[in-house]
Design a protein around this ligand. Structure first.
Ligand code: EPU
Length: 322
């Protein structure tokens, strides 16, 4: 049986030096993680709590500890009259996990409001503040997935939320809100859209989007558009566009299908679900079939977003396509 240690106080972090770090997997609430074997590494779950709000002339400076629940933080701030996180409502998981993949939804990313990350560095047993630029945020990406992976722990975040709040309503679904939409209107709408499309992980086990939306060149889009006139795309920069992986998976014929007890959600093909009793191997087999078919049909290799964890820690799903 896997061992799980919960850390509720910063002082306990020094005890981690007694564990061999190669054998440890750091977990938030596990909402973006899939354990694919019956055995797992030792799990350390930071569960430090606390929210602190300081106000200056222009902004609210919010410090939240890693073990806070993300959606509860969003709700608490909204109810306190502090806006800016409403587009990120109902994202499952913890505050401490949020910077790792730079959570984002409906036109806003964490990196838009994050000032710094409090980082407990194992090598020195000290706490460092890593500012926004040093986090090297990208689309579902940060330094915490790369150079700093396994080197320490996120123990909290500091966010700056402008008093002069501006609504972000450009994303499909939010653009039907009126121009004087309040943060509460956006919060409610985001929750409504998410509940329509995304299965509640407490009811139908899932880890959200299984793959990232691929970024392709203009030339590749041009080629695809010749065959698929209606292929949706979003501009990233003058040379690149992002394609919805859900559309690619749906058009490869997978929406609503199953492999054993693992399945592709019928309202959002980017989400793989456990229909009851699915094994890790079934989910992996389904993911591989999707990777291969999407590659064959569109010449695009999707990249997984969910963390698949074996007894040796995170292990990426690999397929070979000629
Ligand atoms: N689409 C389809 N078929 C599908 C699903 C999507 O054709 O089955 C197409 C539609 O054209 C739709 C478009 O894809 O308009 C975009 O779909 P959606 O708005 O549901 O968003 P997404 O691109 O599939 C991303 C994030 C979500 C986030 C939403 C909203 C990634 C990997 N996923 O999904 O994040 O909630 O945008 O901003 O970027 C997550 O990371 O776990 C997650 C749920």
């Amino acid at each position: 049986t896997p061992k799980l240690y919960q850390i509720t106080q910063i002082e306990e972090l020094s005890l981690l030096s007694n564990l061999s770090l190669e054998q440890v997997y750091f977990l938030g609430e596990g909402t973006n993680t899939l354990f694919v074997e019956e055995t797992a590494p030792i799990i350390v779950q930071p569960a430090i709590k606390g929210i602190n709000i300081v106000e200056n002339d222009n902004e609210y400076v919010v410090t939240a500890a890693c073990g806070e629940n993300w959606h509860q933080l969003v709700t608490y701030l909204l109810e306190s009259g502090i806006n800016g996180l409403e587009n990120l409502a109902l994202i499952p998981g913890s505050v401490g996990a949020a910077p790792v993949q730079n959570i984002g939804a409906y036109g806003v990313e964490l990196s838009d409001v994050l000032y710094s990350v409090s980082w407990y560095e194992f090598a020195t047993n000290t706490i460092k503040e890593i500012d926004n630029a040093a986090c090297k945020f990208g689309y579902r990406d940060s330094i915490f997935k790369h150079e700093l992976s396994g080197k320490g722990l996120i123990i909290g975040v500091t966010l700056t939320l402008a008093k002069n709040w501006q609504a972000t309503t450009s994303y499909a679904g939010l653009n039907e809100l009126s121009i004087d939409a309040t943060a509460k209107d956006i919060y409610d709408k985001v929750i409504e859209i998410r509940q329509q499309k995304l299965p509640d992980p407490h009811v139908i086990p899932n880890a959200g989007s299984f793959f990232k939306n691929p970024i392709v060149s203009n030339a590749q889009l041009q080629q695809l558009s010749e065959r698929y006139i209606d292929i949706p795309h979003y501009r990233v920069d003058s040379q690149h566009v992002k394609l919805p992986a859900g559309w690619l998976i749906e058009h490869a014929g997978f929406k609503g299908t199953s492999y054993g007890n693992a399945g592709v959600h019928d309202k959002q093909a980017l989400v793989l679900v456990n229909r009851g009793g699915a094994t890790g191997q079934e989910v992996i087999a389904l993911a591989k079939n999707i990777l291969i078919s999407v590659h064959q049909k569109f010449n695009i290799m999707l990249e997984q977003e969910v963390r698949t964890v074996t007894q040796h820690g995170y292990q990426k799903i690999e397929v070979s396509c000629g």
